[in-house]
Design a protein around this ligand. Structure first.
Ligand code: 4AD
Ligand code: MG
Length: 463
Protein backbone atom coordinates (compact mmCIF):
# COMPACT_ATOMS: atom_id res chain seq x y z
CA UNK A 1 0.00 0.00 0.00
CA UNK A 2 0.97 3.66 -0.23
CA UNK A 3 0.52 4.27 3.48
CA UNK A 4 2.11 7.39 4.87
CA UNK A 5 1.86 9.01 8.27
CA UNK A 6 -0.10 12.19 8.80
CA UNK A 7 3.18 13.87 9.71
CA UNK A 8 4.63 13.08 6.25
CA UNK A 9 1.35 13.74 4.46
CA UNK A 10 1.24 17.27 5.82
CA UNK A 11 4.43 18.19 3.98
CA UNK A 12 4.42 19.38 0.37
CA UNK A 13 6.97 16.70 -0.48
CA UNK A 14 4.11 14.21 0.00
CA UNK A 15 2.08 15.55 -2.94
CA UNK A 16 1.15 12.40 -4.88
CA UNK A 17 -1.83 10.98 -6.78
CA UNK A 18 -2.26 7.95 -4.57
CA UNK A 19 -1.72 7.73 -0.81
CA UNK A 20 -3.25 5.96 2.16
CA UNK A 21 -3.83 7.51 5.59
CA UNK A 22 -4.79 5.55 8.70
CA UNK A 23 -5.96 7.23 11.85
CA UNK A 24 -8.76 8.58 14.02
CA UNK A 25 -11.29 11.27 13.24
CA UNK A 26 -10.84 14.50 15.15
CA UNK A 27 -13.65 16.49 13.51
CA UNK A 28 -16.07 16.31 10.61
CA UNK A 29 -17.82 19.21 8.94
CA UNK A 30 -20.18 18.88 5.95
CA UNK A 31 -20.16 21.67 3.38
CA UNK A 32 -23.08 22.74 1.28
CA UNK A 33 -20.95 22.24 -1.79
CA UNK A 34 -21.40 18.50 -1.66
CA UNK A 35 -18.43 17.28 0.34
CA UNK A 36 -17.22 16.76 3.91
CA UNK A 37 -14.05 17.95 5.60
CA UNK A 38 -12.64 15.36 7.97
CA UNK A 39 -9.64 16.07 10.19
CA UNK A 40 -7.53 12.98 10.80
CA UNK A 41 -4.86 12.47 13.45
CA UNK A 42 -2.71 9.36 13.72
CA UNK A 43 -0.42 10.33 16.59
CA UNK A 44 2.59 10.93 14.36
CA UNK A 45 2.47 14.69 14.88
CA UNK A 46 0.54 17.43 16.60
CA UNK A 47 -1.38 18.57 13.54
CA UNK A 48 -4.24 16.89 11.68
CA UNK A 49 -4.54 16.13 8.00
CA UNK A 50 -7.57 17.61 6.34
CA UNK A 51 -9.43 15.12 4.16
CA UNK A 52 -11.91 16.29 1.56
CA UNK A 53 -14.53 13.59 0.94
CA UNK A 54 -16.87 14.25 -2.02
CA UNK A 55 -20.58 13.33 -1.92
CA UNK A 56 -20.02 11.06 -4.95
CA UNK A 57 -18.34 8.45 -2.74
CA UNK A 58 -20.64 5.41 -2.49
CA UNK A 59 -20.76 5.38 1.34
CA UNK A 60 -21.11 9.18 1.68
CA UNK A 61 -24.59 9.30 3.20
CA UNK A 62 -24.45 5.95 4.99
CA UNK A 63 -21.07 6.27 6.64
CA UNK A 64 -19.02 9.39 5.92
CA UNK A 65 -21.72 11.74 7.12
CA UNK A 66 -21.98 9.71 10.32
CA UNK A 67 -18.30 9.91 11.22
CA UNK A 68 -17.67 11.40 14.65
CA UNK A 69 -14.72 12.04 16.96
CA UNK A 70 -12.75 8.88 17.68
CA UNK A 71 -13.85 6.74 14.72
CA UNK A 72 -10.98 4.86 13.09
CA UNK A 73 -10.61 5.11 9.33
CA UNK A 74 -8.41 4.17 6.40
CA UNK A 75 -8.58 6.76 3.66
CA UNK A 76 -7.12 6.54 0.17
CA UNK A 77 -6.83 9.47 -2.19
CA UNK A 78 -4.71 12.19 -3.74
CA UNK A 79 -2.50 14.48 -1.65
CA UNK A 80 -2.76 18.00 -3.09
CA UNK A 81 -1.60 21.43 -2.18
CA UNK A 82 -4.21 22.95 0.13
CA UNK A 83 -5.82 26.29 -0.65
CA UNK A 84 -6.61 26.73 3.06
CA UNK A 85 -4.28 28.69 5.34
CA UNK A 86 -2.27 26.88 8.00
CA UNK A 87 -1.90 23.58 6.18
CA UNK A 88 0.29 22.96 3.14
CA UNK A 89 -1.56 19.84 1.94
CA UNK A 90 -4.87 18.02 2.07
CA UNK A 91 -6.10 14.61 0.97
CA UNK A 92 -8.86 14.29 -1.65
CA UNK A 93 -10.46 11.00 -0.80
CA UNK A 94 -11.36 8.36 -3.36
CA UNK A 95 -12.12 5.74 -0.72
CA UNK A 96 -13.08 6.07 2.94
CA UNK A 97 -13.21 2.85 4.93
CA UNK A 98 -14.51 2.92 8.51
CA UNK A 99 -12.79 0.37 10.75
CA UNK A 100 -14.37 1.22 14.08
CA UNK A 101 -17.20 3.49 15.18
CA UNK A 102 -17.12 5.56 18.37
CA UNK A 103 -20.65 6.25 19.59
CA UNK A 104 -20.83 9.99 20.28
CA UNK A 105 -23.34 9.30 23.07
CA UNK A 106 -20.82 7.27 25.05
CA UNK A 107 -17.32 8.15 23.78
CA UNK A 108 -15.89 10.47 26.45
CA UNK A 109 -13.24 12.28 24.36
CA UNK A 110 -15.62 14.72 22.71
CA UNK A 111 -14.44 18.07 21.39
CA UNK A 112 -15.47 19.76 24.62
CA UNK A 113 -12.56 20.60 26.92
CA UNK A 114 -12.03 18.34 29.89
CA UNK A 115 -9.82 19.16 32.86
CA UNK A 116 -6.59 17.16 33.18
CA UNK A 117 -7.98 15.78 36.42
CA UNK A 118 -11.02 14.42 34.59
CA UNK A 119 -8.85 13.00 31.82
CA UNK A 120 -6.92 10.93 34.40
CA UNK A 121 -10.08 8.83 34.73
CA UNK A 122 -9.64 7.91 31.07
CA UNK A 123 -5.91 7.26 31.08
CA UNK A 124 -6.46 4.71 28.30
CA UNK A 125 -8.15 7.26 26.01
CA UNK A 126 -6.37 10.49 26.91
CA UNK A 127 -3.44 9.92 24.50
CA UNK A 128 -5.99 10.76 21.79
CA UNK A 129 -6.12 14.37 22.96
CA UNK A 130 -3.79 17.10 21.69
CA UNK A 131 -2.10 17.61 25.04
CA UNK A 132 -1.40 13.98 25.85
CA UNK A 133 -0.27 13.22 22.31
CA UNK A 134 2.22 16.09 22.60
CA UNK A 135 3.41 14.90 26.02
CA UNK A 136 3.90 11.36 24.67
CA UNK A 137 6.03 12.62 21.78
CA UNK A 138 8.17 14.88 23.99
CA UNK A 139 8.62 12.07 26.51
CA UNK A 140 9.74 9.81 23.68
CA UNK A 141 12.17 12.47 22.43
CA UNK A 142 13.69 12.95 25.86
CA UNK A 143 14.10 9.19 26.25
CA UNK A 144 15.85 8.96 22.88
CA UNK A 145 18.05 11.97 23.70
CA UNK A 146 19.11 10.33 26.95
CA UNK A 147 20.45 7.34 25.06
CA UNK A 148 22.06 9.50 22.38
CA UNK A 149 23.76 11.77 24.88
CA UNK A 150 25.29 8.99 26.93
CA UNK A 151 26.30 6.93 23.95
CA UNK A 152 27.97 9.98 22.41
CA UNK A 153 29.92 10.43 25.64
CA UNK A 154 31.17 6.87 26.07
CA UNK A 155 28.65 5.64 28.65
CA UNK A 156 27.44 2.04 28.35
CA UNK A 157 23.73 1.37 28.85
CA UNK A 158 23.60 -1.10 31.74
CA UNK A 159 20.56 -2.98 33.03
CA UNK A 160 20.29 -3.13 36.79
CA UNK A 161 17.80 -5.31 38.66
CA UNK A 162 14.25 -4.32 39.57
CA UNK A 163 14.02 -6.82 42.42
CA UNK A 164 16.71 -6.29 45.04
CA UNK A 165 17.51 -6.72 48.72
CA UNK A 166 19.36 -3.43 49.19
CA UNK A 167 17.86 -0.05 50.03
CA UNK A 168 20.03 2.39 48.12
CA UNK A 169 18.59 5.57 49.56
CA UNK A 170 18.24 4.16 53.07
CA UNK A 171 14.87 5.81 53.45
CA UNK A 172 12.91 2.59 53.94
CA UNK A 173 10.53 3.48 51.14
CA UNK A 174 10.41 0.08 49.43
CA UNK A 175 7.57 -2.07 48.15
CA UNK A 176 8.07 -5.60 49.42
CA UNK A 177 7.96 -8.36 46.82
CA UNK A 178 5.55 -11.16 47.56
CA UNK A 179 5.73 -14.63 46.03
CA UNK A 180 2.46 -16.46 45.81
CA UNK A 181 2.81 -19.86 47.45
CA UNK A 182 1.09 -22.12 44.94
CA UNK A 183 1.99 -25.35 46.72
CA UNK A 184 0.40 -24.23 49.91
CA UNK A 185 -2.55 -22.97 47.93
CA UNK A 186 -3.09 -26.34 46.22
CA UNK A 187 -2.73 -28.29 49.47
CA UNK A 188 -5.21 -26.19 51.32
CA UNK A 189 -7.54 -25.61 48.42
CA UNK A 190 -8.53 -22.70 50.59
CA UNK A 191 -7.97 -18.97 50.57
CA UNK A 192 -5.05 -17.48 48.70
CA UNK A 193 -1.94 -17.51 50.87
CA UNK A 194 0.71 -14.86 50.31
CA UNK A 195 4.24 -15.02 51.64
CA UNK A 196 5.82 -11.67 52.19
CA UNK A 197 9.13 -12.70 50.71
CA UNK A 198 10.99 -13.53 47.56
CA UNK A 199 11.50 -17.31 47.67
CA UNK A 200 12.20 -17.36 51.42
CA UNK A 201 14.33 -14.20 51.36
CA UNK A 202 13.26 -10.61 51.81
CA UNK A 203 13.31 -8.51 48.66
CA UNK A 204 11.65 -5.42 47.32
CA UNK A 205 11.32 -3.27 44.25
CA UNK A 206 14.35 -1.09 43.64
CA UNK A 207 14.38 2.58 44.65
CA UNK A 208 17.49 3.21 42.52
CA UNK A 209 19.89 1.27 40.31
CA UNK A 210 22.87 3.20 41.63
CA UNK A 211 24.62 0.62 43.81
CA UNK A 212 24.62 -1.94 41.00
CA UNK A 213 25.57 0.84 38.61
CA UNK A 214 28.65 1.58 40.72
CA UNK A 215 29.78 -2.03 40.31
CA UNK A 216 29.70 -1.65 36.54
CA UNK A 217 31.24 1.84 36.52
CA UNK A 218 34.19 0.53 38.50
CA UNK A 219 34.82 -1.94 35.67
CA UNK A 220 33.45 -0.33 32.51
CA UNK A 221 34.42 3.25 33.33
CA UNK A 222 31.22 4.99 32.36
CA UNK A 223 27.75 3.48 32.50
CA UNK A 224 24.16 4.58 32.78
CA UNK A 225 20.96 2.87 33.80
CA UNK A 226 17.53 3.91 32.60
CA UNK A 227 14.55 2.12 34.00
CA UNK A 228 11.60 2.11 36.36
CA UNK A 229 12.17 2.76 40.07
CA UNK A 230 9.71 2.56 42.93
CA UNK A 231 9.11 4.59 46.05
CA UNK A 232 6.60 3.62 48.70
CA UNK A 233 6.44 7.14 50.09
CA UNK A 234 2.85 8.08 50.71
CA UNK A 235 3.10 11.56 49.26
CA UNK A 236 0.30 12.96 47.17
CA UNK A 237 2.02 15.86 45.47
CA UNK A 238 2.31 17.10 41.90
CA UNK A 239 5.97 15.89 41.77
CA UNK A 240 5.84 12.40 43.32
CA UNK A 241 4.99 9.04 41.82
CA UNK A 242 5.16 5.58 43.38
CA UNK A 243 6.64 4.31 40.08
CA UNK A 244 8.84 6.59 38.00
CA UNK A 245 11.63 6.30 35.46
CA UNK A 246 15.13 7.24 36.46
CA UNK A 247 18.29 7.76 34.41
CA UNK A 248 21.44 7.13 36.43
CA UNK A 249 24.87 7.74 34.94
CA UNK A 250 27.87 6.60 37.00
CA UNK A 251 31.48 7.35 36.07
CA UNK A 252 34.76 6.12 37.49
CA UNK A 253 37.48 8.76 38.04
CA UNK A 254 34.81 11.51 38.22
CA UNK A 255 34.71 14.01 41.05
CA UNK A 256 31.86 16.33 42.00
CA UNK A 257 32.78 19.02 39.49
CA UNK A 258 32.98 16.49 36.61
CA UNK A 259 29.58 15.26 37.78
CA UNK A 260 28.06 18.76 37.78
CA UNK A 261 29.39 19.47 34.31
CA UNK A 262 27.95 16.18 33.05
CA UNK A 263 24.54 16.99 34.52
CA UNK A 264 24.50 20.45 32.96
CA UNK A 265 25.59 19.27 29.50
CA UNK A 266 23.06 16.46 29.72
CA UNK A 267 20.09 18.66 30.58
CA UNK A 268 21.04 21.17 27.90
CA UNK A 269 21.18 18.43 25.29
CA UNK A 270 17.73 17.16 26.27
CA UNK A 271 16.11 20.59 26.06
CA UNK A 272 17.91 21.45 22.82
CA UNK A 273 16.52 18.28 21.25
CA UNK A 274 13.00 19.06 22.49
CA UNK A 275 13.12 22.47 20.84
CA UNK A 276 14.73 21.23 17.61
CA UNK A 277 12.85 17.99 17.13
CA UNK A 278 9.44 18.58 18.70
CA UNK A 279 8.82 22.06 17.30
CA UNK A 280 5.05 21.83 16.87
CA UNK A 281 4.53 20.18 20.26
CA UNK A 282 6.74 22.72 22.02
CA UNK A 283 4.88 25.56 20.33
CA UNK A 284 1.67 24.14 21.78
CA UNK A 285 3.13 23.95 25.30
CA UNK A 286 4.50 27.45 24.93
CA UNK A 287 1.13 28.89 23.87
CA UNK A 288 -1.33 26.80 25.84
CA UNK A 289 0.34 25.25 28.88
CA UNK A 290 3.09 27.59 30.11
CA UNK A 291 3.49 30.91 28.37
CA UNK A 292 7.09 31.66 27.46
CA UNK A 293 8.31 28.06 27.77
CA UNK A 294 10.39 28.19 24.58
CA UNK A 295 12.11 31.42 25.57
CA UNK A 296 12.77 30.02 29.04
CA UNK A 297 14.35 26.81 27.74
CA UNK A 298 16.38 28.74 25.19
CA UNK A 299 17.85 30.82 28.02
CA UNK A 300 18.54 27.66 30.04
CA UNK A 301 20.49 26.22 27.11
CA UNK A 302 22.49 29.40 26.51
CA UNK A 303 23.49 30.38 30.05
CA UNK A 304 25.73 28.51 32.49
CA UNK A 305 23.84 27.05 35.46
CA UNK A 306 24.12 28.86 38.80
CA UNK A 307 25.97 27.07 41.60
CA UNK A 308 25.61 27.48 45.35
CA UNK A 309 26.50 25.51 48.44
CA UNK A 310 23.81 24.33 50.81
CA UNK A 311 25.32 26.56 53.49
CA UNK A 312 25.02 29.65 51.29
CA UNK A 313 21.48 28.65 50.32
CA UNK A 314 20.49 28.46 53.99
CA UNK A 315 21.95 31.97 54.45
CA UNK A 316 19.94 33.27 51.50
CA UNK A 317 16.75 31.68 52.82
CA UNK A 318 17.13 32.81 56.43
CA UNK A 319 17.99 36.38 55.44
CA UNK A 320 15.14 36.74 52.94
CA UNK A 321 11.90 38.45 53.89
CA UNK A 322 9.87 35.59 52.34
CA UNK A 323 7.44 33.83 54.72
CA UNK A 324 8.04 30.08 54.60
CA UNK A 325 5.73 27.44 55.99
CA UNK A 326 8.71 25.38 57.19
CA UNK A 327 11.54 27.15 59.00
CA UNK A 328 15.07 26.64 57.68
CA UNK A 329 18.21 26.18 59.66
CA UNK A 330 21.54 24.57 58.89
CA UNK A 331 21.06 20.80 59.02
CA UNK A 332 17.42 20.58 57.89
CA UNK A 333 16.39 19.29 54.49
CA UNK A 334 15.11 21.92 52.08
CA UNK A 335 11.39 21.82 51.33
CA UNK A 336 9.78 22.40 47.94
CA UNK A 337 8.94 25.99 48.94
CA UNK A 338 12.62 26.70 49.64
CA UNK A 339 13.76 25.14 46.38
CA UNK A 340 11.19 27.16 44.50
CA UNK A 341 12.24 30.39 46.15
CA UNK A 342 15.90 29.77 45.30
CA UNK A 343 15.31 28.90 41.64
CA UNK A 344 12.36 31.13 40.85
CA UNK A 345 13.07 34.26 42.87
CA UNK A 346 16.72 34.23 43.82
CA UNK A 347 18.38 32.80 40.70
CA UNK A 348 15.67 32.81 38.01
CA UNK A 349 16.83 29.58 36.43
CA UNK A 350 18.40 26.20 37.14
CA UNK A 351 20.54 26.00 40.26
CA UNK A 352 23.04 23.35 41.32
CA UNK A 353 23.13 23.10 45.10
CA UNK A 354 26.16 21.31 46.57
CA UNK A 355 27.77 20.25 49.83
CA UNK A 356 24.78 19.22 51.92
CA UNK A 357 25.09 18.18 55.58
CA UNK A 358 26.03 14.51 55.79
CA UNK A 359 23.19 13.91 58.26
CA UNK A 360 20.47 14.45 55.64
CA UNK A 361 22.10 12.47 52.82
CA UNK A 362 22.57 8.72 52.20
CA UNK A 363 25.55 6.68 53.41
CA UNK A 364 27.25 6.38 50.02
CA UNK A 365 28.04 10.10 49.54
CA UNK A 366 31.65 11.15 49.95
CA UNK A 367 32.42 12.92 53.23
CA UNK A 368 34.24 16.22 52.70
CA UNK A 369 37.32 17.45 54.60
CA UNK A 370 35.17 19.52 56.97
CA UNK A 371 33.72 16.24 58.27
CA UNK A 372 30.22 17.77 58.25
CA UNK A 373 29.22 17.93 54.62
CA UNK A 374 29.17 15.48 51.74
CA UNK A 375 30.05 15.96 48.05
CA UNK A 376 26.39 16.01 47.06
CA UNK A 377 24.65 17.92 44.31
CA UNK A 378 21.00 18.53 43.56
CA UNK A 379 19.89 20.28 40.38
CA UNK A 380 16.84 22.44 41.01
CA UNK A 381 14.70 24.09 38.34
CA UNK A 382 11.90 26.67 38.48
CA UNK A 383 8.40 25.24 38.74
CA UNK A 384 9.50 21.70 39.49
CA UNK A 385 12.21 21.87 42.15
CA UNK A 386 14.69 18.98 42.35
CA UNK A 387 15.09 17.19 39.05
CA UNK A 388 18.51 15.64 39.64
CA UNK A 389 20.09 14.23 42.78
CA UNK A 390 23.67 12.97 42.79
CA UNK A 391 27.06 12.93 44.44
CA UNK A 392 30.65 11.86 44.43
CA UNK A 393 30.71 8.46 46.12
CA UNK A 394 32.64 7.48 49.24
CA UNK A 395 35.54 5.46 47.82
CA UNK A 396 37.49 5.07 51.12
CA UNK A 397 36.78 1.76 52.81
CA UNK A 398 37.14 2.94 56.40
CA UNK A 399 35.00 6.05 55.92
CA UNK A 400 32.31 4.07 54.10
CA UNK A 401 32.15 1.51 56.90
CA UNK A 402 31.78 4.12 59.59
CA UNK A 403 29.08 5.91 57.58
CA UNK A 404 27.22 2.61 57.27
CA UNK A 405 27.46 2.11 61.02
CA UNK A 406 26.06 5.58 61.61
CA UNK A 407 23.20 4.83 59.24
CA UNK A 408 22.49 1.59 61.10
CA UNK A 409 23.10 -0.56 58.03
CA UNK A 410 24.10 -4.18 58.32
CA UNK A 411 27.52 -4.60 56.66
CA UNK A 412 26.82 -8.21 55.74
CA UNK A 413 23.91 -7.10 53.56
CA UNK A 414 26.19 -4.77 51.58
CA UNK A 415 29.29 -6.94 51.47
CA UNK A 416 29.34 -7.01 47.68
CA UNK A 417 29.12 -3.20 47.58
CA UNK A 418 31.93 -2.85 50.11
CA UNK A 419 34.07 -5.14 47.89
CA UNK A 420 34.17 -2.31 45.34
CA UNK A 421 36.27 -0.38 47.94
CA UNK A 422 38.34 -3.41 48.95
CA UNK A 423 39.47 -4.17 45.42
CA UNK A 424 40.78 -1.43 43.15
CA UNK A 425 38.74 1.42 44.57
CA UNK A 426 38.63 4.71 42.62
CA UNK A 427 36.98 8.08 43.03
CA UNK A 428 33.68 7.99 41.20
CA UNK A 429 30.46 9.94 40.92
CA UNK A 430 27.01 9.84 39.42
CA UNK A 431 23.49 11.17 39.60
CA UNK A 432 19.85 10.33 38.99
CA UNK A 433 17.44 12.30 36.83
CA UNK A 434 13.73 11.69 37.33
CA UNK A 435 12.44 11.36 33.77
CA UNK A 436 8.97 12.63 34.65
CA UNK A 437 10.31 15.75 36.31
CA UNK A 438 12.39 16.44 33.21
CA UNK A 439 9.28 16.05 31.05
CA UNK A 440 7.38 18.35 33.42
CA UNK A 441 10.04 21.00 33.11
CA UNK A 442 10.30 20.67 29.32
CA UNK A 443 6.55 20.90 28.77
CA UNK A 444 5.36 23.03 31.67
CA UNK A 445 2.81 20.38 32.66
CA UNK A 446 1.92 21.13 36.28
CA UNK A 447 1.13 17.63 37.54
CA UNK A 448 3.50 14.66 37.31
CA UNK A 449 0.47 12.38 36.79
CA UNK A 450 0.04 13.95 33.38
CA UNK A 451 3.53 13.24 32.00
CA UNK A 452 3.58 9.44 32.46
CA UNK A 453 1.11 7.31 30.50
CA UNK A 454 -0.35 5.38 33.42
CA UNK A 455 0.55 7.07 36.72
CA UNK A 456 1.08 5.01 39.85
CA UNK A 457 0.27 7.00 42.95
CA UNK A 458 -0.99 5.89 46.37
CA UNK A 459 -4.09 3.81 45.72
CA UNK A 460 -3.98 4.11 41.94
CA UNK A 461 -2.90 1.13 39.84
CA UNK A 462 -6.13 0.55 37.93
CA UNK A 463 -5.14 0.88 34.30
O1 4AD B 1 17.43 12.14 44.77
P1 4AD B 1 17.13 10.69 44.52
O2 4AD B 1 16.39 9.95 45.55
O3 4AD B 1 18.54 10.04 44.21
C1 4AD B 1 18.79 8.72 44.02
O4 4AD B 1 17.97 7.83 43.98
C2 4AD B 1 20.24 8.45 43.72
N1 4AD B 1 20.49 7.03 44.00
C3 4AD B 1 20.55 8.83 42.30
C4 4AD B 1 21.99 8.61 41.93
O5 4AD B 1 22.85 9.32 42.43
N2 4AD B 1 22.26 7.64 41.07
O6 4AD B 1 16.32 10.57 43.16
C5 4AD B 1 16.86 11.09 41.97
C6 4AD B 1 15.79 11.83 41.20
C7 4AD B 1 15.24 13.05 41.92
O7 4AD B 1 16.07 14.16 41.76
C8 4AD B 1 13.90 13.21 41.24
O8 4AD B 1 14.05 13.86 39.99
C9 4AD B 1 13.48 11.79 40.97
O9 4AD B 1 14.66 11.01 40.98
N3 4AD B 1 12.55 11.29 41.99
C10 4AD B 1 11.24 11.14 41.81
N4 4AD B 1 10.46 11.38 40.75
C11 4AD B 1 9.14 11.12 40.85
N5 4AD B 1 8.56 10.61 41.95
C12 4AD B 1 9.31 10.34 43.06
N6 4AD B 1 8.73 9.81 44.14
C13 4AD B 1 10.72 10.60 43.01
N7 4AD B 1 11.74 10.44 43.87
C14 4AD B 1 12.84 10.87 43.24
MG1 MG C 1 17.09 13.65 46.10
Amino acid sequence: SNWISVDKARQTSAIAPDAEIRGWVRTRRDSKGGFSFIEINDGSCFGNLQVVAPAELPNYADEIQKLSVGCSVVIVGEIKESPAAGQPTELHATNVRVLGWADPETYPMQKKRHTFEKLREWAHLRPRTNTFGAVARVRNQISQSIHHFFNDNGFFYTHTPIITASDCEGAGEMFRVTSLDLEMLAKKGGPVNYKYDFFEKPAHLTVSGQLNGEAYATAMGRIYTFGPTFRAENSNTSRHLAEFWMVEPEAAFFDLSDNMKLAEDFLKRIFTDCLNKCGEDMKFFDERIEKGKIEQLTAVIEKPFAHMTYTDAVDVLTSSSEKFEYPVQWGTDLQAEHERFLTEKHVGGPLILTDYPSTIKPFYMRVSDDGKTVAAMDVLVPGVGEIIGGSQREERLDVLLSRMDEAGLNQADYDWYIDLRRFGTVPHAGFGLGLERAVQYATGMANIRDVIPFPRTPGNADF
